[in-house]
Design a protein around this ligand. Structure first.
Ligand code: NAG
Ligand code: NAG
Ligand code: NAG
Ligand code: NAG
Ligand code: NAG
Ligand code: NAG
Length: 677
């Protein structure tokens, strides 16, 4: 009886002692908890227990600070019950870092336990050694063959070592029909765990379920019979252990309750701290990778954009590339930028081509800033630099020429092998279009023709005599006479032929000019003089009067050559018969005769016989009577007959006045002056 009492009193004493040792607790979040943390574990300000942060290969422990009395006075293990909520966030969908374990341990920490696959529980030296006195429930997310793991997503009961005495894939009993349902421990699911031990039947039950199922599944996932008496000490610490591995993973515990010898109080699930959003966690873990990805993408994009724009700029630069050399600086005011000309001609479109001449294409254009209409002649040059340089010096001088019967050269631009000359725009184009088309009546009537002849003569006179230097045109023909809106004729293209003259020996090579307009002495000497220009002008006058080209291949042999044909008509005494039939009756006989006769005189084979342009103007204006041509006029031997009488008046004195003024012919290579015959 006494023994019974003492037993009872001892029992009650033990109960009191046991009660004094904490045997029940509940944490709905760990804000006000009294946990012992080590390793990389921490508690966030809102009470979330984070067992591992994103630092790799580390471990973390969190233990209830006070030891618990796990054995009764008989030395037999107590029943106990505990429940907790956890979540594992892995940076990757398919794999996780190490798992998490609930631990009963004789000490508050687990010193010497390496991280990684040992879950922060054991080390290679003590793993499986019964002297450990550790019991754990592992939530293992790594498939370790060395520990006999079943897969990478299982729950196991470990006694003194990581080789589980019982294990099962993470799943929960979802009712009779559904059976056990698998789910992932590490895909961010918030999971509730119940661990219960019944000391009577020594059943160690582990039940898990996603928190979303709300109620505890009616059957445990693991139920093992374990005689804990030799495993556990009287007092044990209870807590969590976790370790991070090479895959960045965070292990969270949200709430936890425990009760010795009874049912652990249910957690208030709505009071648990909230987890960081998984995508944010994912962000934080994959931030670097995604950042690197984004950055490299941005860099690649940037480099691409740079390359494309550089390519574009280079292309653009190449497109608008022009040649500007030092010596050209002084001509700068006369230079156009290629870009402007490119824009003006809409990129030298074929639609803008006004005509194709011997030197290249002529494009119509509108200057981008001034909106002035221009004609851009694109001359392909194959010349040496020296020749181009001389030519530019000349054209710039030519650009200073200003006469209402000369097409104004506005400037130039130079590129590799290409020269662009910018002229005023002549809206009616070249005269030959009007002159040689078979429209009836003619598109240019006699009055207009005479006016054009007069204008061209005046322009040529300006070139030869009125300007500060003698300029030779070298290619006078209907095709080089351009018409403005009022059908005023203007001479264009002067001096261009010179460009093609360069580098060639004048004695041996081709003669510049156009067939039918070339004075006979030019083919012999290769020397252009004002007189050769006058010859061509004479032919031009005949063209205007007769409305046909100087050499008409389709014509009968006797009228093949225009000059010969007009001569023949003149010899027959009917020079006006050679007139352009398209003129009809609308002409002045006197003017027509004058033009035809003057044309013959100017195109005389002997240069000495040809008048100067000054004289030509006088004849055209009626200031001098046209000399009567004798029958042997065209006889070269007797050709000096009438002409000296012309030049003996004021004309020859004019010639010698020029000579004394020391003017040098500009567009002439020879040092020898033209007027020294
Ligand atoms: C993880 O926790 C440890 C210990 O508190 C700390 O030194 C480390 O900087 C933390 N790492 C990160 C990524 O927060
Ligand atoms: C278990 O650990 C104890 C103490 O650390 C040691 O003496 C014993 O040799 C170990 N047993 C085995 C099998 O490793
Ligand atoms: C659950 O997972 C285990 C192991 O991965 C597998 O053997 C079992 O068939 C799965 N059960 C269901 C219902 O998918
Ligand atoms: C453990 O699980 C078994 C099987 O479901 C059950 O019979 C037993 O009552 C459970 N024990 C505890 C303490 O929950
Ligand atoms: C449990 O183990 C202890 C010591 O190993 C032993 O004394 C006890 O009888 C065992 N209990 C049962 C129910 O087998
Ligand atoms: C559970 O927590 C919520 C929020 O903190 C609180 O409003 C509620 O009263 C709690 N329920 C119980 C049963 O304590």
């Amino acid at each position: 009886m006494e023994a019974v009492i003492s037993k009872l009193s001892l029992f009650s004493l033990l109960v009191i002692v046991a009660a004094s040792i904490d045997d029940e607790f509940m944490y709905n979040g760990f804000r006000e908890s009294d946990l012992h943390l080590d390793g990389i574990s921490d508690i966030s300000p809102d009470g979330l227990l984070r067992m591992t942060n994103t630092t790799k290969n580390q471990q973390g422990h969190a233990f209830h600070k006070m030891p618990l009395l796990f054995k009764n006075r008989d030395g037999n293990p107590n029943s106990f019950s505990t429940t907790f909520v956890f979540a594992i966030h892995s940076e990757r969908e398919d794999v996780s870092g190490q798992g998490l374990a609930l631990v009963l341990s004789p000490t508050r920490g687990l010193p010497g336990a390496p991280p990684i696959q040992y879950l922060g529980l054991f080390n290679p030296g003590n793993n499986g050694n019964s002297s450990n006195h550790v019991i754990a429930v592992e939530f293992d997310t790594i498939f370790n063959i060395e520990f006999g793991d079943i897969d990478n997503n299982h729950v196991g009961i470990d006694v003194n070592g990581l080789r589980s005495i019982a294990a099962a894939p993470a799943s929960y009993y979802a009712g009779e029909a559904a059976g056990y349902k698998n789910f992932s421990l590490f895909r961010g699911e918030t999971i509730q765990v119940w661990v219960e031990y019944d000391s009577l039947d020594m059943k160690f039950n582990v039940t898990i379920s996603p928190i979303t199922t709300v109620t505890k599944p009616s059957f445990p996932l693991l139920s093992s019979t374990i005689n804990l008496s030799s495993v556990i000490y009287d007092t044990m610490y209870v807590g969590f252990s976790s370790s991070s591995g090479s895959v960045i993973t965070s292990h969270y515990v949200l709430g936890w309750s425990f009760k010795m010898s009874g049912q652990a109080p249910a957690l208030n699930l709505s009071a648990l701290p909230s987890l960081p959003p998984r995508n944010q966690m994912k962000n934080s873990t994959t931030r670097t990778t995604s950042l690197i990805l984004e950055l490299s993408f941005a860099v690649v994009l940037f480099v691409l954009v740079m390359l494309i724009s550089i390519g574009f700029l280079v292309k653009r630069k190449m497109r608008f590339k022009e040649v500007l050399e030092d010596w050209e600086i002084e001509y700068r005011p006369h230079r156009f930028s290629y870009k402007d000309l490119y824009k003006a001609t809409k990129g030298f479109r074929n639609e803008e081509v006004l005509g194709v001449g011997g030197f290249g294409r002529v494009y119509r254009g509108k200057l981008p800033t001034s909106k002035v209409d221009v004609a851009v002649k694109r001359v392909i040059t194959h010349d040496s630099k020296h020749a181009t340089r001389e030519f530019i010096a000349e054209i710039v001088s030519v650009g200073r020429l200003c006469h209402r019967n000369l097409v104004q050269l506005l400037g130039y631009c130079r590129r590799n092998g290409e020269l662009l000359l910018v002229y005023e725009f002549m809206s009616n184009g070249s005269l030959d279009k009007f002159l040689f088309t078979d429209t009836w009546p003619t598109k240019v009537n006699w009055r207009q023709r005479f006016q054009i002849i007069r204008g061209v003569a005046s322009g040529l006179f300006y070139l030869h005599e009125e300007w500060e230097q003698v300029v030779l045109h070298r290619d006078i023909k209907a095709g080089n006479v351009l018409l403005d809106g009022e059908m005023n004729g203007k001479l264009g293209d002067f001096g261009l032929s010179r460009l093609y003259d360069h580098g060639s020996d004048p004695r041996t090579t081709h003669v510049v000019g156009t067939m039918g307009y070339i004075a006979p002495e030019l083919t012999r000497t290769g020397r252009t003089t004002p007189s050769t220009d006058v010859f061509a002008f004479g032919v031009f006058m005949l063209e205007m009067a007769c409305g046909r080209r100087p050499i008409e291949q389709q014509a009968s042999p006797e009228s093949l050559n225009l000059v010969d044909w007009v001569r023949r008509c003149w010899r027959r005494g009917c020079i006006t018969d050679s007139r352009d039939p398209k003129l009809g009756d609308d002409f002045k006989m006197q003017e027509l005769e004058l033009v035809l006769k003057l044309g013959l005189i100017c195109s005389h084979p002997l240069p000495a016989v040809r008048p100067s342009m000054r004289q030509v103007l006088c004849f055209l204006d009626g200031d001098l009577p046209v000399p009567e041509l004798s029958m042997d006029f065209l006889d070269e031997k007797a050709s000096s007959l009438d002409i000296p009488s012309i030049s003996s008046s004021f004309a020859s004195s004019a010639v010698f006045k020029e000579q004394s003024s020391g003017r040098e012919p500009l567009l002439q290579e020879e040092n020898q002056s033209y007027y020294v015959q």
